[in-house]
Design a protein around this ligand. Structure first.
Ligand code: ATP
Ligand code: MG
Length: 415
């Protein structure tokens, strides 16, 4: 029996990577105009980093981390997200000496979840973090950049939901209120949420179990319990979002699955027909995390986009791969000349695959067709003597004879 990939771990094939590259290029070009620099982070980190940042009583840390003992017995974890590693790097390299640091990253994340469409055990994120800015304008500007990114990719119907989780001065009182509310309804909650009532009652608001959704439907609202500075911050975020032409939906139940968030949190959903796998991006403010991990107090805001879910929303036709050309040399002299010609055409930027098969022109044209060629370029004895090539447009079923140095332009659409 042949060996297959592990469930939840996907191969991304050339048709899709074309789309992925388009997304990544688009992110890169938009994010850099907003002052972000790319950071490449390791895929494994010390387990402790995630325990201390994401929180010991979150789903990610309790159930979803790929944690191993390495050969020396040290606990290492395949990163489940990128914010904690980015903050770790920020502290380690003293990036905080700059007044504001804007970082973005792309790469695989790992979570031991139940694999299904839109939810995998290895999935990819594009993430961005603004470290060192406490202004609500920073939240709004970063969100507007994200919305612009979705707009540029022509994603239809992206909805921004926002909430505020308060901070260390107002959240404890809210936790207490929620704790009392949940205590009375413990019978309706899932086992997991019952267990976490004492340690982390907010998790019940994020739980996807039907009973928990029902039981928390009239739970006290976080946005009604904010202290004055948090309430002002939240109002300013909404105000500045308006300036950017963005009308967010306030969702007071949205608590996100990670403990480090403070104040603004958000999620962007788009209809991909996958029910609860419809969130394409999420994030928020995490003003306490840098300090928590041993750095100076630093207000931060960040987000992560799910690549697979985003790619699903893209219109493939709009991201057509560059045309593929198959070169067919007929006869030994054309083959020799072909070495030079093909390399010149590639230099000129067209995608050329040379057909090395034997046989007649007819069967070789069939192979070109099966390769998915958009053009076939043929050089036989006649063409060789005249310094020309026959260029067949496979889709239009037309052909032209042109000089060798005009082939690339013709294929690229220049006349
Ligand atoms: P969800 O609510 O879908 O479980 P999450 O709150 O766990 O998402 P985050 O940790 O905030 O997600 O990650 C940001 C984005 O990464 C999500 O909005 C989603 O697009 C994507 N994502 C998260 N987990 C997965 C996964 N297992 N497979 C594919 N994409 C994922
Ligand atoms: Mg999740």
């Amino acid at each position: 029996m042949s060996i297959t990939a592990i469930r939840g771990f996907n191969d991304i094939l050339p048709g899709d990577t074309e789309l992925w590259r388009h997304i990544e290029r688009c992110a890169w070009s938009i994010f850099r105009t907003c002052g972000f620099g790319e950071i490449r982070l390791p895929i494994v980190e010390k387990t402790e980093l995630f325990m201390r940042s994401i929180g010991e009583t979150t789903d990610i840390v309790e159930k979803e981390m790929y944690t191993f003992a390495d050969r020396h017995g040290d606990a290492i974890t395949l990163r489940p997200e990128g914010t904690a590693p980015a903050v770790r790097a920020y502290i380690e390299h003293k990036l905080y000496t700059a007044p504001v640091t804007k970082l973005y990253y792309t790469g695989p994340m790992f979570r031991y979840e139940r694999p299904q469409k839109g939810r995998y055990r290895q999935f990819y994120q594009i993430g961005a973090e603004v470290l060192g800015d406490e202004s609500p304008r920073s939240d709004a500007e970063t969100l507007s950049m994200l919305m612009k990114f979705f707009g540029t990719l022509k994603i239809q119907g992206a909805t921004l939901q926002i909430n505020s989780l308060g901070d260390a001065s107002c959240r404890p009182a809210y936790k207490e209120k929620l704790y009392n509310y949940l205590k009375e309804r413990a019978g309706e909650l899932c086992e997991n949420c019952v267990r976490r009532i004492e340690t982390n009652p907010l998790r019940a608001l994020d739980c996807k179990a039907a009973g928990c959704i029902e039981a928390t439907s009239s739970a006290p609202s976080l946005v009604d319990s904010l202290c004055e500075p948090c309430a002002v911050h939240f109002d300013r975020v909404k105000y500045f979002l308006k300036l950017y032409g963005i009308e967010p939906l306030v969702n007071p139940r949205m608590v996100r699955g990670l403990d480090y968030y403070t104040r603004t949190t958000f999620e962007i959903t788009a209809d991909n027909g996958l029910g609860s796998q419809n969130a394409v991006a999420a994030g928020g403010r995490y003003d306490g995390l840098v300090e928590e991990l041993g750095g100076p107090a630093t207000p931060c805001f960040g987000f992560a986009i799910g690549m697979e879910r985003l790619a699903m929303l893209l219109n493939r036709e709009q991201v057509a791969a560059a045309p593929l050309t198959v070169f067919i040399a007929l006869g030994i002299d054309a083959e020799k000349k072909g070495v030079e010609l093909v390399s010149a055409w590639r230099e000129a930027g067209i995608r050329v695959v040379e057909d090395f098969s034997a046989g007649g022109l007819k069967s070789r044209m069939k192979r070109a067709d099966r390769l998915g060629a958009d053009y076939a370029v043929i050089v036989g004895e006649n063409e060789l003597n005249q310094g020309v090539a026959t260029v067949k447009d496979m889709k239009q079923a037309t052909q032209e004879t042109v000089a060798w140095d005009r082939v690339a332009d013709l294929i690229k659409g220049g006349k």
